[in-house]
Every structure is written in C-alpha cells, then in structure tokens.
Design a protein. Sequence first.
Length: 681
Amino acid sequence: MSDADASPLMRQYREIKRGYPDAILLFRVGDFYEMFYEDAQIASKLLSIALTSRDKSSPNPIPLCGVPYHAAQGYIAKLLKAGRTVALCEQVEDPKLAKGLVRREVVRLYTPGTLIDIEFLSPEESHFLAAVAFSDGTGPSAKGQSVIGLACMDVSTGEFWMTEFQGIQAESQLMDELARLEPREILHPDSDTSAGSCLTRLRGPRLCAQPSTSFNPKDSAQLLQTQFAVHSLDGFGCRGLTAGIGAAGAVLRYFRETQPTASLAHLRRIQTRWSGDAMHLDSATIRNLELVRPLGTNEQRSGQDQPTVLSVLDRTATAMGRRLLRDWLIRPLLDRSAIHARLDAVGELKDRIQQRVSLRTTLRDVQDIARLSSRVTLGVAGPRELLALKQSVSALPELRSHLQPFVASLLASIRESWDDCRDVHDAIEQAIKPDAPMSLRDGGMIREGYHAGVDVLRKASTEGKGWIASLEAKERERTGIDSLKVRYNQVFGYYIEITKTHLSRVPPDYMRKQTLVNAERFMTPELKELEERVTGAEIKLLALEQELFEQLRVRLANEVPRLQAMAQTVALLDVLAGLAETAALHRYVKPLVDESSTILIREGRHPVVEQLSSDLTFVPNDTALDCEDNRLVILTGPNMAGKSTYLRQVALIVLLAQIGSFVPATEARIGLVDRSSRLTS
C-alpha cells in the first residue's frame, strides 16, 4: 500500500466506498467533490474532465478527478443519464471545529427512480419508482393462483398506489402496465429468477434486485401503517393484497434507505388500482396507435418532435395537466357516467369561449404545485421555489371566479371543493423577499419587518459596511495617499491596499497582511474591529434567516395535503379546458357514449394524420359496426392506400370518446369498449 493509500483521508474514503460499491462516490473535500480509483477513471470519461492523480510522487499514484461543489448538479445529471448511480458524500461537521479528520457521510444516493430535483425530472411525465413482488398463490387473495403485486411511487408528486395481477395472464398484464407507466427504476426480489427474466424484456428502466425480506408482506404492512399513521390498511382497499403490500413496502423501504435525510410526510395514503377501473391497453396497442411515443421510438425521450395523439390533444397550460392528460390517454374509462361528466364539462367549456380563454390565461400563471409542495415536505425547497408556490396559489382565487358561470356537474363539483390556500400565500408573502436568492446559503431571503432580530442584524451589517467605506476616506486624508483602497475578499477578509511607490508613507500602526507584486496589503486595529463587527453580524444574520426559513418550511409542510388536493383539482380543470380548446380548434364533436354494441362514426378523421396534411385535405370516412347486421367490414385496396390509417382512426376515435374527449368526426356513437374488443390489427 502506498503512502497515499495509507493516509487517513483515503482510509476514510475506502470505508465509505465499501457501503456503495456500485455507485460513483462523490467525496467532498473542501470546495470540490472528488472521485478516486475506478470511479475517477469512469467519471472522467463520462464527464469529459481531466483525470489526474493524488500524490504524483508515489510509485502507485491514486487516480483522481473532481468537480466544483457548486456545479455538481450538472455533472450528476450526466452520470445518471449514462446509467450510473451516484452517492453524495458530504462533510457533516465544520472543518474549523473538527478535531483531526473531518467526519463525512453519504447524505444522498441518486438513483433513477428516487430523483426529487426538478432539474432531473421531465415536467410532462410522472417519474415512477416501481416494485414487483411475486406470490406462489398461497395468500388470502390468491385462491391458488400465482399472483404478482405491483406498487408505484412518484415521490416528486406524492402519488403512491398498488395493484395485483392473478392467473395465467398475470405476467403479460404486468408487462403491459409497466409499458404504460414507463417507470425509471424497478425493484424485484433477488431470489426470484423468474422475475428477473420477465423484467429484462423491458427497455429503459433500471432493474434493481433487493433482498427478498424487503418484500415480506407482514413487515411491509407494518411499515406502511407507520408511514400513514393508521392501525390497518383496510381503509385504503388493501385487505388481502399480500403481494401488492409487499411491493409497496419494498418501494417505501428502498426510498428511505437511499435518501436517509429526506422526509416522506407528504405520502399520506396509498391508492389501490383494479384492472376493471380502466380499459386495458397492451403495449402493442399503445405503440401502434402512437398514443404517447412516435412509432419506432425506442428511447423514452427521443422522437419528441414527431406528432403523437398526446401532442395533438395537448393544449394544457400546466405541467400537472400534461401529466394527467397522459394518464387519461393510456387509461380510458369504462364508467359511462364518469365519461359523460367529462364530456359535459368539455362541452360547456367549448361553448363558453370567453370564459375558457380567461381560464386558460390564468392557468398559465400556475406552476407545478404538486412538485413544489412535495419539495417543501422533503425539506429541499429553496426561497425561489416558495416564491413560485406563492405565485401559483395567488392565481387560485381568480380561477375560482372564472368557474362561477359553469353548471356542468364536474365543473360544479370542482368549484364547490375549491380551496384558495390564502393562508399559504400570505405566509410566504410576509416572510420571503420577492428578490430572494436561489440558495439558502446566500442569505438575504427574509423580508424587512418580518422578524426584529433580522432587522437589527441587517442594520448592523449595513452600517458596519458603511463605516468601513468611510474608513477609506479617513485613511487617505490621514496618510496623504490618494490611491489607498479598502477592499475585501473571501480569503483575507478586509484589508488596506497601498502601492509600493507609497510604502514610505505607511503609518506605524499599519500591520502587513499580504505582499503582492506591485502593492502591499495591511490591517489596522480599527479595521480589524470593524471587520469583526460586520462579519459577526453577517454570520448571525445568515444563521437566523436560515432558521426562520426552516420554520416557515415546516409550517407550510403541514398544509401540503391541501396543496396536493388543489394540484389535482387544477390539473383536472386544465385538462378539461385543454380538451375543449382542442375540440374548438380542430372541429371535434361530442360523441354519444352508451352501453350498446354500436360504433357509428360519420365523416371520421385520423386525429394525427389530418394534422400532417399541410397542403392536402384529409378525406373523412364513415364507420358502422354492431353485433347484429354489421359485424364485419371488408377493407380492401392496394398497399399504401390507407387501410391501416382507417383501422387506427376508428380505434383512436373510440379511445378519445372514452377518455372524455370530443372526437374528429361530424357525428359519433360509441358503445363502451373494453379489452374484449380488439381495436388494432
């Protein structure tokens, strides 16, 4: 072992690295995150940064590369995009107070499914961490059949749900659900080899094997009950779902293990999904109909400039609305009354043009309340994010006023359950300056008049700086040196700088502090006293501001359930208004959705293809199908004549009707379609 390897710092590094063998360890040393050994060799290539070495004089120098701590987020993003996980190791005590080696700990493990940083998340898409648990059919709900449990959590919004699949189709149903969700990371038991082989067919998500004990239903139930502060999960509809509970417990446990400093207080409940809640769209249907990705697109985010059904429909004004619209599109409804409620709301919004325009204009002022409020609970929201939250809730009263004329049942229920969250707005308005900085480290975020202690310390700091500025004029007059300057830098603090041509006139009470090529820097007792007064006030001011900010953040965290509820409400309103806008722009009509066996479409059009025809007019087509006299349509024609376009057109009109959207036709009657009705060839 070389001397470099044997140093206390490297021994500390190796000890910490042993706990994270598969992650790139960013090891905080002063103002840099440093990487050593194999991590350095890998990271230097992925990040395109110089690979150097520690203790170059050693016969076996240690490979080293590093990045500035203030720019780490961009480098972490590159490593994650390259498929790596990143362990962030911080100095957890003040180096000035440390006795010997500074104590360091990993405070964050970045993995694809646990990201909470807005710069790493796509605003248009949910960001799921999923877990899959396999049962042998002995559980209460299994009835002797094999059961697969699935749980998904988007920690950035607080969405958390579970489901189960049973029988011989369980595996295919699981794969279809995962294709719809596109989770970033999937946890599975390390002892179940069939799980691994099943999931490896997926392209995109990171597969992460976990100990089988992480999926134990009994332990998972206890963990979930503690999280939700309940004595039983039955109230969430989870009775007997042992595989689903096991998967949900694995998700929660994994997040806590990888993010030990993050709070999950915004996770207040878990939902239970059932296969009969929505039309089951398999992965082939989603792909062939180009619902959310262009056909032939393999990467999750490539091909975004090519039109899809989602891009044609999307007239939402908020990120929350865009995510909800995507969820609607891949989960069409099977409940006729729920479909009618959506259609009636879209219809009224379409007809009331002025109110719709006003509503959509106000919606543009609303930022991502769901993710902003989650960051408050997670304890990572900064001053600017609180200001964004304030701006968003400030639009809520105006949105409510725009809803007053509407009578559609869904819009009326939205209006009746509305919460302006005025107290949230006022709390932020009173505490945070409108020009607050991005980071807490910078200080200067608390408003004047909010706290007397802040005002006193800020005055002392400002006056002290004024005294120091006046000292320059005073010393110039005393010494007769017109070029004398009083300056400041972070390394040496305040100093008096005098060029070497005037050194003979320096007073005897000046104490030399630093020598430069053309000048000398000095300190005086008076300047030292003023510096200590200013610096002391600034340190105390920063600490007090950070304390007050944290108190405000804790206060706001208690209101997060209300904010999350309003985030869902605003997203719903945004989607309905967006669908109404699309219907008005593209001449869509309200379909009649019933429980008949009829599909009757007059002058139907393909919603995507008609948008591609810039210089040509799409020729509409009729469709008449039922289970009586019109059970079959014989479609003939040469290659490239449009047969597949026609088939997809009918399928898409049915899907649009069942998500509650108007459809591209002059008339449409759609009998409810479930999975037994094959829409695609």
